[in-house]
Design a binder for this molecule. Sequence first.
Ligand SMILES: NC(=O)c1ccc[n+]([C@@H]2O[C@H](COP(=O)([O-])OP(=O)(O)OC[C@H]3O[C@@H](n4cnc5c(N)ncnc54)[C@H](OP(=O)(O)O)[C@@H]3O)[C@@H](O)[C@H]2O)c1
Length: 428
Amino acid sequence: VKFGTEISREVAPVRKVAIAGFGTVGQAVAKILSERYHERFELTHVFNRDVARKRVPWLSSLVQWTENFDDVVAADVDVLLELAGGLEPAGTWVRRALESGKSVVTANKQLIAHHGPELIEVAQAHGQQLLFGASVAGGVPVLSGLQQGLAGDKLVAVCGILNGTCNFILTKVERDGAPFSDALAEAQQLGFAEADSTDDVDGFDARAKLTILSRVALDAAVAPEQIACRSIRTIQSIDFEYAHDLKCTIRQISRAEVNGHALAASVAPALVPRTSPLAAVQGGQNLVVATGVSGGDIVFSGAGAGGNPTAVAVVSDLLALSAANRAVISPARPQSSYFVAPDFTTAHYVRFTVSDRPGIIAAIARIFSEHEINIDAILQKPGYPKTNLPFVVTLEPCKTSTVERAVNDIAKLDFNVKAPLSLSILPR
Ligand SMILES: NC(=O)c1ccc[n+]([C@@H]2O[C@H](COP(=O)([O-])OP(=O)(O)OC[C@H]3O[C@@H](n4cnc5c(N)ncnc54)[C@H](OP(=O)(O)O)[C@@H]3O)[C@@H](O)[C@H]2O)c1
């Protein structure tokens, strides 16, 4: 048997597919299916609210356009592509589809982060599959890469840039010295950020993706609420100036690391050494570094969002589902319960903004020393008014929770004119 010949001779049956949610991703998926896979997949239903305004001339006239999900459940559809988003009613649609004997492919990170394990159980109970490759890092095949490509390793850490909006905004503040609010407004104008930017900017979008990554890569039974999550809103252009002096930049970093029975996991802005592949990530790109005991660091990167890249991930899951040998199965429900803490041990950067007077450095040094934290360096740029004076203290490696306690104590002192900002510095 020549390698490949047997497989190509097998004719997979035409599979009937329904799309729920005909927006950016749903339309891009329909385009790819109609242009490249119309002999393999038959798109039978497009479900959306107010569906009349969604009709497009480029889909077969046989497609049934519906705003009643019961039509999809009742039809002999093999696979539902859930591309609407949100927890509900998408969760109910996915459950009903699985219970009525349809496999599901979804791009919905919030649904999978919050209800993935129980939905996988529903799928398994009904002999169906639930795939969600598009839910993390858009078009970058990181979940399948972790699940299949790195199955032979024992992964102990994942670290990445998972939110293109945050990356766009931080890159903008860095390059133009723009205030955060201007950078956010531009991101919204250009369509990189939603009108309500909370999910992106305050870390909830990345936290959902990190939850899924932690389950798939680290087998960790973790819920999104267990992962510490900090906003990028507090980052100012002065922080980039100090970061550059420290040969670093600042990015929103999502990371999870197994250490014995503990899982340290957080989403937060952090200083990233300029030599790290994470520092080179621009605009809406995503990048994930997976660390294995045997294979070391493996990097996945590419377009983290956008209709077409995300649609590629959805169609790839659909193809995997319909492969004759069914080699790909739903990711297993995670097994390992770890104690979850936001406690990485790293060096830290703390920016203070004070009304200057004698004794400030002594007071700060005393509180750090009470918490057994060693100061590494003090940096102060000239040219700022004495009444609003920023300076930075870097700290030798210690637990983030210890630094937070010390900084909370310092924040109570009357010389602060702004809340201090503490950030981890990723190791070189
Ligand atoms: N866009 C990306 O780059 C990207 C990347 C990765 C993952 N994703 C995920 O992919 C999914 C879809 O994202 P998208 O960007 O394509 O969103 P979108 O453009 O807003 O499309 C969502 C579609 O679903 C429909 N819909 C939403 N709620 C509905 C409801 N309750 N009943 C019926 N129809 C409903 C919307 O109808 P209306 O037109 O009436 O609103 C819209 O047509 C989300 O889970 C998202 O997180 C997106």
